[in-house]
Design a protein around this ligand. Structure first.
Ligand code: SF4
Ligand code: SF4
Length: 487
């Protein structure tokens, strides 16, 4: 794949590798407004939004165009003003490569904005009010997980430490670093709002030791607060939640345990910034900073991009492709997904577009060297998991804790046989999820059928009882009539 060094033994979390950063930290530029913005109604696994606009509607910047259709779904807002021209299937940024229903907005270039509802006195507001505002602003975790932030901040258990993740450990990606340099004060305002919602006494910003300018900007911005900042070694994947917690607190969160169960919560710095915009400025999430980089792009840079912008428009804003543009990856080289077309639009979690030459891997059989297990931050046995994934032994995959794989790609990078391990794990996870869903659906259908049968039986029994009662009453009446005749 690309150059790596084994990690030093002194590093502060299990596994991991040292990678060449390839980061080009640029000033953030604003590209021209795309003629067409595209909004998939598919949000993430099993999560959709429902369109609340129709073809021909005029919408303003910041207006809701789709509403949540389930508790883990979030609204979608127009990132510019214009007319809805279609609601149709388009290719989306998803490993499946499938098309999904999308709202198409033809922009008018006027940027007519819906009136904002700022809330400057957030400290006087209660947590529910602020969480609702965050939900209505459509904010999800911008570090990649796309989990609704309002849900994440609705902690059922006490949180003692809030960690703001500024590690950005994956090579090539520098959007968070650029954002920290440009908007450190606003990131801290957003962080204070999160702290107010969670009522956490302790807040630590974690940043890799290879980002001196961003570190200095954040350090200066926290001066009048009780927020701390701590450097972590530039070892991939230091930005993984459990790895970050271990790196800065020394506490190891056990496998199969969620971090909030141990009193921690992590938020990405871009999410902190989005919360500042939602609460202090009253603006929904319609834009984000994205890195466009790689040997296949003429001018690598960070862009303030409208969500819904087709990739080809961002490429144009970076002076176009070079002759090395052979593959398009959304995300970084370790965890990104390959896309089939630059017509696909960016979504809320799109932090990077990596355009690179195609690298053909000459896959060889496993030599059982154990390198993959040595670098795995989740302490798994990737070679064993690969074997079970390929042979579709799903129960063994579960027993060998495939669910704990964070898909960091460390095992792929070090494998001397160039085996595409993570690809096999992603397929296996999708199959297992599908199997669970089918089992749940089958159990639900069985339960429904049994309930229906019980209901039918109960109704039949009740009818029989009523009939018997009626018959007995008639008999009684007949007997009484006969008695009267005799008398
Ligand atoms: S991708 Fe999964 S198995 Fe491979 S090193 Fe990362 S966590 Fe371990
Ligand atoms: S690193 Fe590759 S060759 Fe070595 S044990 Fe793991 S899968 Fe096998």
């Amino acid at each position: 794949m690309f150059d790596f060094l084994w990690r030093k033994k002194t590093a502060s979390f299990t596994g991991g590798i040292i990678l060449d950063g390839h980061k080009h930290v640029s000033k953030i530029i604003t590209p021209p407004i795309a003629k067409e913005l595209v909004y998939p109604l598919f949000l993430a696994s099993n999560r959709y939004a429902k369109s609340c606009v129709k073809i021909g509607d005029y919408v303003k910047k910041g207006q809701v165009i789709a509403t949540p259709d389930s508790p883990l779904s979030t609204p979608i807002h127009a990132a510019s003003s214009g007319t809805i021209t279609a609601i149709e299937k388009r290719l989306i940024a998803h490993p499946s490569g499938l098309a999904e229903n999308c709202i198409i907005l033809q922009t008018d270039g006027l940027e007519t904005v819906l009136e904002a509802e700022p809330c400057l006195d957030y400290q006087q507001q209660n947590r529910e009010f602020l969480r609702e505002k965050i939900h209505l602003a459509g904010i999800v975790g911008l570090g990649g997980a796309a989990f609704p932030t309002a849900k994440k901040l609705n902690n059922s258990q006490p949180i003692h430490t809030l960690i703001i993740n500024a590690a950005e450990c994956e090579p090539y990606i520098s959007c968070d670093e650029s954002l920290a340099i440009r908007s450190a004060k606003n990131i801290i305002q957003g962080t204070l709002i999160i702290q107010h919602i969670l009522q956490t006494a302790r807040c630590i910003i974690a940043i890799e030791d290879s980002k001196p300018e961003a570190y200095a900007a954040l350090l200066s911005a926290i001066k009048t607060t009780d927020i701390q900042i701590q450097k972590v070694p530039s070892i991939y994947p230091a930005g993984g939640e459990k790895q970050l917690i271990q790196a800065i607190t020394g506490q190891k969160i056990p496998a199969q345990k969620l971090i909030f169960e141990s009193g921690f919560i992590c938020q990405n710095i871009a999410t902190s910034f989005a919360i500042y915009q939602a609460i202090i400025l009253g603006m929904p999430l319609t834009e984000r900073v994205i890195t466009v980089t790689g040997a296949g792009i003429k001018q690598a840079q960070n862009l303030q991009a409208k969500i819904g912008t087709p990739i080809k428009d961002l490429v144009q804003a970076c002076q176009g492709y070079t002759n090395h543009a052979e593959q398009l990856i959304m995300g970084g080289p370790m965890m990104g997904i390959a896309l089939a077309s630059d017509d696909i639009a960016i979504i809320k979690t799109s932090n990077c577009l990596l355009i690179e030459p195609l690298k053909q891997a000459d896959t060889q059989p496993c030599i059982r060297c154990g390198d993959c297990a040595e670098v795995c931050p989740s302490e798994l046995l990737p070679q064993q998991l690969y074997w079970y994934s390929r042979s579709q032994e799903w129960d063994n995959c579960t027993d060998y804790q495939l669910a704990d794989c964070i898909e960091c790609g460390c095992c792929d990078v070090v494998c001397p046989s160039k085996i595409p391990l993570v690809q096999a794990f992603r397929i296996a996870k999708a199959e297992i999820t599908q199997k669970h869903r089918q089992t749940e659906q089958a159990a639900l259908a069985k339960e429904r059928f049994e309930n229906q049968q019980h209901r039918k039986l109960r109704i039949a029994q009740e009818k029989a009882q009523q009939l018997a009662k009626r018959k007995a009453a008639i008999e009684k009446m007949k007997a009484a009539a006969a008695q009267r005749k005799l008398n």
